[in-house]
Design a protein around this ligand. Structure first.
Ligand code: GDP
Length: 285
């Protein structure tokens, strides 16, 4: 399977981030909690290297809670702050506010020592497409916040959202394009629907997802689709098609329909809360 982005977009987005990063103290990176490795572009580590870092494990409502916790520990062990989140839910925003304060403590303290009392810390949201950046900014900023316009010394056109007296957020998120260092990354992003299905062979993808689920969450497919025991992903996929009556006119199995159904059930959480990527020695790298 091949995945491609238009290189012009990538270059432009990266350049924009390299400019914007100069304006902020903190980078708030969203990753998808189901695939935190594949939804992270390592360029951000270089671009944001002198900044405080907060990772939001977003769509945590669709991910395995024990793995959410493991990932939070992992980020903390690497000197970053981490919060698991459902960006659609405003209830989680208080915790994010608190962690931002914590992450910027030193900066605020330094300002205070220098007699600078009214300068808020500035943060920028970043992440790959579809990870929930706009949803997060909307929930987080809410209606109560005031937008501050251009200010002298600030790049023209930048809008800042004042969250409270201590924090301002750049209202345009930084777009990181996925980095397809290997096939697995593309595949995992396809599982969660971050890559348009039309670009891929859906049947192949569905069989790969079955393979992953059989190894990481044995029992989930059997329970949902009332399956016979089998370790062969292609066979299991055919059982799913049969169980859901995915048939063509002549009566043969409609694999395309079954693939669409399985992917949709996985993406919407109907198969349960599932995390495909787990922190391990390989990911820690
Ligand atoms: P962006 O491209 O990064 O700005 O992503 P969007 O904010 O447009 O979100 C992409 C999709 O993910 C939308 O359909 C959102 O409703 C959905 N979404 C965002 N955050 C969450 C979350 O935490 N949980 C779930 N289940 N869906 C989310």
């Amino acid at each position: 399977m091949q995945y491609q982005w238009y290189p012009g977009h990538m270059t432009k987005a990266k350049r924009q981030m390299q400019e914007d990063i100069k304006l902020v103290d903190l980078v708030i990176e969203l990753v998808d909690a189901r695939v935190p490795v594949s939804s992270h572009n390592p360029d951000i580590d270089e671009i944001g290297k002198s900044k405080s870092r907060l990772v939001l494990l977003n769509k945590a409502d669709l991910a395995d809670e024990s793995k959410n916790q493991a990932w939070c520990e992992y980020y903390k062990s690497r000197g970053m702050y981490a919060v698991r989140l459902d960006a659609r839910n405003r209830a989680g925003m208080k915790e994010v506010q608190n962690v931002i304060q914590e992450a910027c403590k030193e900066k605020l303290e330094r300002n205070r020592r220098r007699g600078i009392l009214n300068r808020p810390v500035r943060a920028m949201v970043a992440g790959i497409p579809n990870v929930g950046k706009s949803t997060f900014i909307n929930s987080f900023a809410g209606k109560a916040c005031t937008k501050t316009g251009n200010k002298p010394g600030v790049t023209k056109g930048k809008q800042w959202i004042r969250l409270n007296k201590n924090v301002e957020l750049l209202d345009t998120p930084g777009i990181l394009w996925p980095k397809f260092e290997d096939q697995t990354i593309g595949l995992h992003l396809a599982f969660i629907g971050s890559i348009k299905d039309e670009l891929l062979n859906r049947d192949e993808m569905a069989v790969e997802l079955v393979k992953e689920l059989l190894s990481q969450y044995p029992g989930v497919l059997a329970a949902r689709y009332d399956l016979l025991e089998s370790a062969d992903p292609t066979e299991v996929f055919s059982y799913i098609a049969k169980n859901r009556n995915c048939l063509k006119k002549g009566g043969e199995l409609d694999h395309a329909k079954a693939a669409a159904l399985l992917l949709e059930e996985f993406r919407s959480g109907r198969l349960g809360r599932i995390t495909i990527e787990t922190p391990s020695l390989e990911t820690i790298g």
